[in-house]
Design a protein around this ligand. Structure first.
Ligand code: C5P
Length: 317
């Protein structure tokens, strides 16, 4: 039977600014997200019954209705009123879990795009984006990918105009035994930083405009030096999570590192380099201390798109 494979890439946050609280209880955010070439793969096959089944190469992931992939599949078939549609789904997990790299969100986006194709539903982009936003704040970004400003809960996207993906090398590290819960990190942020929150649409828009016109976008467009990267969740997570502190110390020692920061709600950390070769040299240099401290590490490139059907793997098998 035909098998369809969807690539689901990871993202990092080059900027994560918590502006304030929203009436829906979420935080109003101003972020810059960047897709990396570190990817999960979701393999899909239609089923003649109405079952949605999920298996994966990671035993610590739920494979029932609690998995965002299964939720995405069910939400999609309900949207088109076709509860008779079934699929066998297999996840090859490469993106670390609970890491702040949007692995789960990207897998959900991959399920939407892949099942839309597998079931021949032909939803338009805006329908897919609306379903994505219902599933999670980062899911719309994962559908689109590339270098994007993300506002609102994270679902309002504005592309950063770039002729090609930034030619950065990214050294990414994560301790395999530590994960951070996103609601916990935002809850802590509210507890510690609420006095710094601003209120109202005009104050939010002022901050968005400062980001659009600020030094980070200029650096991405090749017009200036890298500013210090801002992640407001790092400010609150770093004092609580030892491996974040240790990892930041190690990455800051990397020769040629332009900037170092935590991604999303952590605990994954990254350093930016002018080229991928520089990132690879830094990884060689730090291999022993990273291993001794128990970190896993990846050298990545930036890429310009989100989830995509794998053209080579879509043939009949
Ligand atoms: O949307 P998502 O399911 O990814 O959000 C997970 C949790 O992160 C939310 O339940 C909320 O606690 C927190 N969050 C937030 N503000 C956002 C996004 C997420 O407070 N903009």
């Amino acid at each position: 039977m035909a098998e369809l494979i969807v690539r689901a890439p990871a993202k990092i946050n080059l900027h994560l600014e918590v502006l304030g609280l929203r009436p829906d209880g979420f935080h109003e955010l101003a972020m810059v997200m960047q897709t990396l070439d570190l990817e999960d793969r979701l393999c899909l096959q239609a089923r003649p019954d109405a079952e949605l089944t999920l298996s994966s190469d990671r035993s610590d992931l739920p494979s029932d209705g609690n998995n965002l992939i299964v939720k995405a599949a069910d939400r999609l078939r309900r949207h088109v009123g076709r509860l008779d549609l079934g699929a066998s789904m297999r996840l090859e997990k490469r993106i670390p879990i609970g890491a702040g790299l949007a692995g789960g969100s990207s897998d959900a986006a991959a399920a939407l795009v892949g099942l839309d194709a597998l079931w021949n539903l032909q939803l338009n982009r805006s329908e897919l984006l609306d379903l994505a936003a219902e599933l999670g704040s980062d899911v719309p970004y994962c559908l689109v990918g590339g270098t994007q400003l993300c506002f609102g809960r994270g679902e309002r996207l504005e592309p950063v105009p770039l002729p090609e993906p930034p030619r950065l090398g990214v050294l990414l590290i994560k301790h395999p035994d530590v994960s951070v819960s996103t609601p916990w990190a935002y809850g802590l942020c509210r507890l510690r930083r609420q006095a710094t929150y601003v209120e109202g649409e005009s104050a939010f828009e002022q901050r968005r405009q400062a980001l659009r016109q600020g030094p980070l976008l200029a650096a991405l467009q090749g017009h200036g030096p890298w500013p210090l990267l801002r992640n407001d969740l790092q400010t609150v997570v770093e004092p609580e999570v030892a491996c974040v502190r240790e990892g930041l110390v190690l990455l800051r020692q990397a020769p040629g590192a332009e900037q170092v920061a935590m991604s999303g709600s952590g605990p994954s950390l990254f350093a930016l380099f002018s080229t991928v070769a520089d990132a690879e040299r830094a990884l060689e240099h730090l291999a022993t201390p990273l291993r001794d401290a128990g970190f896993e590490a990846w050298c990545c490139r930036c890429s310009s798109s989100g989830v995509s059907l794998d053209p080579l793997a879509c043939a009949d098998r």
